[in-house]
Design a protein around this ligand. Structure first.
Ligand code: AMP
Ligand code: MG
Length: 352
């Protein structure tokens, strides 16, 4: 009994001594919470570059989010206006419409054309931004064809495709042969995503995701501090995802035979073309590439898709700083970069 009384007294003294301290801490915490809102997610989407562009940013200031989102979407619009092949007055449109003569271009486009040339070389011509005559003939962007072109039409258009004949001159200027047509469809969206990310960073944002129809790049973390969770679309069922992956400060882009296609006599004809044959590349359903920039991931996804299973896997293991998933035409994973093993979570129902 005496022992118990003694403990109570000690406890009372301790409580009296520590009470001001605890109370102070509680006040600071409550006051702190009230004055500094915790970061949350702001998002905005818009139809641009022929696809739905969605941008998410993590910040504690609504106004800062609004300004940054507006500017990032504006940046994607700027790239569309610069690089679209169908939009009159874009730089690509001007080059194509003055084929055979030098056309003045921006340093920005000259530098992207230089990057494209290097990827053309490294992929032995599987990636070729002079593919425009074939793109026009197939008409996937225009959506005006449901029957494949004839072999002679294809042979004629294929003869206009050769990135080595694109001449970059000082100025900068560019000259292409008279019947050649440039098409940056396999890299421009990724590049636009990079530009949007740079803009968000210039607004001081450190957590963001930019998704231009599946060309995705993230920086930092989500509002809950976790890495961004990305779902890869099932190649044969748009409503399902085949795999998921968590990312921070990386880009992920997929080229798939399901994005733009038509079926003729039971055969799928899609928009990723083999410059050597003029026909859609046949071996893969999809190729997903992770890289530090979306332009790099975008270009290599197309290049590896066109290269096919064997050469594609060889490139995937040789090119520095990319991680790759190659899904073959039956929906099976043919190649997975070692760095992705255990990181890529395959969805149970997924087939591709
Ligand atoms: P992606 O969806 O990034 O693989 O890009 C496909 C788009 O790039 C097509 O719609 C064409 O505009 C263009 N394209 C198709 N085949 C090639 C190729 N072999 N090299 C470069 N661009 C291509
Ligand atoms: Mg691409």
């Amino acid at each position: 009994m005496r022992r118990t009384n003694f403990n109570y007294r000690q406890l009372a003294v301790l409580a009296a001594r520590t009470f001001p301290l605890i109370w102070g801490l509680v006040c600071v915490a409550v006051w702190g919470c009230g004055s500094k809102p915790s970061p949350r997610l702001y998002r905005r989407s818009q139809l641009l570059m022929g696809t739905l562009v969605e941008i998410k940013v993590v910040t504690d200031h609504q106004e800062k989010a609004d300004r940054a989102l507006e500017a990032a979407l504006g940046e994607i619009k700027r790239i569309e206006e610069l690089m679209s092949r169908s939009r009159p007055e874009s730089e690509i449109w001007k080059i194509n419409h003055s084929a055979g003569r030098p056309a003045a271009i921006s340093r920005e486009l000259a530098s992207l054309l230089e990057d494209a040339r290097k990827i053309g070389e490294s992929s032995a011509g599987a990636f070729d931004v002079s593919i425009g005559a074939l793109s026009l003939l197939w008409g996937f962007e225009e959506g005006n064809r449901s029957v494949p072109p004839t072999p002679s039409e294809l042979a004629q258009a294929s003869r206009q495709v050769d990135y080595r004949k694109i001449e970059l001159l000082s100025g900068p200027q560019v000259v292409i042969p008279p019947r050649m047509r440039l098409d940056l469809g396999a890299i421009a969206k990724g590049y636009a995503v990079d530009c949007a990310i740079n803009t968000l960073q210039s607004y001081g944002l450190t957590g963001a995701l930019v998704d231009a129809g599946g060309d995705i790049r993230v920086i930092g973390r989500r509002a809950d501090g976790k890495r961004w969770h990305i779902g890869l679309q099932n190649s044969r069922d748009r409503d399902k995802i085949s795999a998921t992956i968590r990312l921070a400060d990386q880009a992920i882009v997929t080229s798939g035979d399901y994005e733009r296609y038509f079926i003729y006599q039971g055969v799928r004809y899609h928009h990723i073309l083999d410059p050597k044959t003029g026909y859609p590349a046949r071996d893969c359903q999809s190729v997903t590439v992770l890289a530090n920039t979306a332009a790099k991931a975008d270009a290599w996804a197309t290049a590896i898709f066109v290269s096919g299973l064997e050469k594609g896997a060889e490139l995937a293991s040789k090119v520095s700083d990319i991680e790759v998933v190659i899904v073959d035409i039956t929906g099976k994973i043919h190649y997975l970069s070692p760095a992705l093993e255990g990181r890529l979570q395959i969805a149970q129902e997924g087939s591709g």
